[in-house]
Design a protein around this ligand. Structure first.
Ligand SMILES: [Ca+2]
Ligand SMILES: [Ca+2]
Ligand SMILES: [Ca+2]
Length: 393
């Protein structure tokens, strides 16, 4: 569903999950949430080079194609595998990290009759032109703008004018994202201003389209407008324990997505749509409840060393719960994890998921709610405890 227009109906099952006293507090908070939105979270803005001019550090080649660095530019050729099948991806170069709200500036040059594109907020699986968006790049100077011509959000929104320069010349692009809004300036023309119903967070990418196309990119800079930042203050160390209720700061679409605007639970954190429940049996006295398919939560972490980790998660569910997975910098590292019937919403039971491969360093873990079970929910989650796998590999 469209993540920006939350369902106003509160699922009845959620009312079973917390005491009546907390509901009154939630109602009061719900009003505050609706009026203040996510503006209360702090923002920072620093332009960062996405390309060091020397190598492809920070980028990940996907599905073949030939990528190289020449004369301070990223050069793509010998692309393969592209189609309009939303399930299949061709060759592209993906940013290692995911981004939400940003200003992305870069220059590109395309060869005669060449075809390329850039991706924004795309997933690492399926066709990135359809999980996020593709801004089209073609050698098509002088053609009428269409949803497939240069500058268009491919298949979605045509450019107001065709901004293309002749083949081989450098074109300058500025793409700005703000929640659902995507604005594109191309060679000093404002050509796209679109409200998207797709992902609000994902990878950036450069397309390597076919064996004829030769595309160059240079001067790639990104300004993150509202990056997710750790709560309460510093990245959660791994190995270590992450309270489920300690998802990042940054607000909706950046640090989390929740299907309804109100916090159905306890007023533990200000102005969050995430449903935090107070429960005396939980670590830190709180956990996450009212979990629904499509919701996600971001946690900034610092992994001590590359290796394999085991995960323990205290959960509660009345009837069999649903499934979720964990992504590390946007890559699925667990597959679906199922929450069992623990005997009731008030009964925590620790589930285990061994053998999770994590790379050393700072990164974002995203808990993605996949599907609801007979309980009508995914399940209540207290915390995530990571320990080194025993015996170590
Ligand atoms: Ca909510
Ligand atoms: Ca929720
Ligand atoms: Ca907790």
């Amino acid at each position: 569903m469209n993540p920006y227009f939350p369902c106003p109906l509160l699922p009845a099952i959620g009312l079973l999950e917390i005491p009546a006293a907390s509901l009154a507090a939630a109602a009061a908070l719900g009003l505050a949430v609706a009026t203040t939105g996510t503006a209360a979270e702090e923002t920072t803005a620093t332009a960062t080079p996405l390309f060091n001019g020397k190598d492809l550090d920070g980028w990940v080649p996907m599905h073949g194609g030939q990528w190289s660095v020449e004369d301070g530019t990223i050069l793509g050729r010998q692309g393969a595998g592209w189609s309009t099948d939303p399930a299949r991806s061709g060759s592209w170069l993906r940013s290692r990290k995911e981004y939400a709200d940003f200003v992305w500036e870069f220059e590109y040059a395309i060869n005669t009759r060449g075809n390329s594109g850039v991706f924004l907020r795309s997933a690492a699986t399926r066709n990135p032109a359809f999980t996020g968006h593709e801004m089209q790049i073609l050698d098509d100077l002088g053609r009428e703008p269409a949803v497939w011509s240069t500058g268009a959000l491919y298949d979605v929104a045509a450019a107001t004018v065709n901004p293309s320069k002749p083949a081989g010349e450098w074109n300058r692009v500025r793409i700005e994202t703000t929640g659902p809004r995507i604005q594109i300036r191309h060679n000093d023309h404002d050509i796209v201003d679109h409200l998207s119903n797709r992902r609000t967070r994902g990878f950036l990418g450069l397309q390597n389209h076919d064996e004829h196309a030769v595309v160059r990119f240079r001067n790639l800079h990104l300004t993150e407008k509202s990056p997710a930042t750790p709560f309460p203050a510093t990245p959660h160390p791994i190995p270590g324990t992450i309270e489920a209720e300690h998802f990042d700061r940054g607000g909706a679409g950046i640090a989390f997505h929740d299907v309804d605007e109100a916090n159905q639970g306890a007023p533990y954190r200000e102005a969050t749509q995430v449903d935090i429940e107070a429960r005396p049996d939980a670590s830190n006295g709180h956990g996450i409840g009212w979990t629904r398919a499509g919701e996600w939560l971001v946690y900034s972490v610092e992994v001590a060393e590359t290796g394999t980790y085991d995960l323990e998660i205290p959960v509660a569910s009345q009837k069999t719960g649903g499934t979720f997975r964990i992504e590390a910098d946007g890559i699925d590292v667990t597959g679906p994890i199922s929450i069992p019937d623990t005997g009731g919403w008030s009964v925590l039971q620790t589930i285990r998921h061994p053998g999770i491969r994590l790379e050393k360093g700072r990164q974002s873990l995203t808990v993605v709610m996949l599907s609801e079970g007979p309980s009508g929910s995914i399940g209540d989650i207290d915390l995530f405890r990571f320990s080194r796998s025993t015996p170590p590999e």
